[in-house]
Design a protein around this ligand. Structure first.
Ligand code: GLU
Ligand code: ZN
Length: 324
């Protein structure tokens, strides 16, 4: 049973939550729902909010997306106390953590191409990390990298047991990382940090105690827990919430029409109208009616959010005055 009250007792400190958009494209209605939940959870418990722009996936970063993301959040009425922190500016900290993993022989150099790994994979992959890595290079030592002549990627040796965790929305979670994904990349061929490492280093450094994000990332959490432990860092609590999908049940994307927040804004949709739709989809309002983020603070709760993804029918957007 998820209790109605925020988890923290009267004696524990208020949480620090975060919004961690990737400026790889425009923020859409699906992103807005996740940010709203994360923001309300932190603010209802008198917590802080950190805004971190996750721009390490540089080939996919779109010019102007950073400014637009901040504008989208302001339009929604979601504020923050710290940031925007730009992830690529934290490279020295990511590097230091990577060195620490290397010095403990917790990682090894890998020269397999994506094609090599796909050919070795027997099952389709449903995971952020792609197909299961078969461990081809796992016998290598850190020092071997100097003799390899090519720049490797670096993978983390996963231990026999995958850490279980309690998810504030989904409950007890267990995944066998040997079956899903295998040893995962912490440092890429391009000599840049991989998401799993950067997110752990940054969440820890920014004092984040409450991670709320889309459930597409639930399989990343055991990997991140392994990194917290390897780096002797205190992990946050985790909460993964359902995504917004199109009428075809697939994750919201361009094929479902233009659901960018900037497009809604340009058509004159009021943020309160969208927030009312999102609040209704989370079970906090009986009907879709305009409401602000602040007015939602007393209404927020996790246990009314449906377990299934929210299907964004075009009629729902038309209902708030958006024609797409
Ligand atoms: N930057 C990631 C995204 O926008 C979120 C990562 C996270 O919340 O850990 O998908
Ligand atoms: Zn390899």
């Amino acid at each position: 049973m998820i209790s109605r009250e925020p988890k923290a007792s009267a004696f524990s400190a208020p949480p620090t939550g975060r919004l961690a958009p990737s400026p790889t494209g425009a923020q859409h209605v699906g992103n807005a729902r996740t940010y709203l939940i994360a923001w309300l959870a932190a603010r209802q418990a008198s917590g802080r909010v950190v805004l971190r722009i996750e721009d390490i996936d540089s080939p996919r970063v779109k010019a102007g997306a950073f400014e637009q993301t901040c504008e989208d959040l302001r339009w929604l009425g979601l504020d923050w106390d710290e940031g925007p922190i730009i992830q690529t500016q934290r490279l020295p900290f990511h590097q230091a953590a990577f060195e620490r993993l290397r010095s403990q022989e917790l990682v090894y150099p890998c020269t397999c191409t994506r094609g090599d790994i796909e050919r070795a994979a027997s099952a389709p992959h449903l995971d952020h990390e792609g197909p299961r890595y078969p461990g081809t290079c796992a016998h290598r030592r850190v020092a071997d990298a100097a003799l390899m002549g090519v720049r490797p990627a670096w993978r983390f040796h996963i231990p026999a047991d995958t850490p279980s965790f309690h998810d504030a929305f989904l409950g007890a979670q267990h995944l066998d990382l040997h079956a899903v994904g295998g040893d995962f990349v912490v440092w890429k061929f391009a000599d840049t940090p991989a998401y799993q490492l950067a997110v752990v280093v940054d969440d820890a450094a920014q004092g984040v105690t409450q991670v709320i994000r889309g459930d597409d990332l639930v399989t990343s959490t055991p990997r991140q827990l392994l990194l917290y432990s390897a780096l002797s860092l205190q992990p946050p609590s985790f909460c993964h919430v359902p995504l917004v999908v199109g009428p075809d049940g697939r994750r919201l994307a361009k094929r479902h029409g233009d659901t960018r927040l900037s497009a809604l804004r340009e058509q004159g949709v009021r943020p309160e109208a969208l927030l009312g739709l999102l609040a209704w989809s989370c079970g906090w309002l009986r009907a879709v009616e305009p409401i602000s983020a602040r007015e939602l603070l007393p209404l927020f709760r996790l246990d009314t959010i449906p377990r299934q993804p929210f299907v964004l029918e075009p009629a729902l957007l038309r209902g708030i005055g958006y024609s797409g």
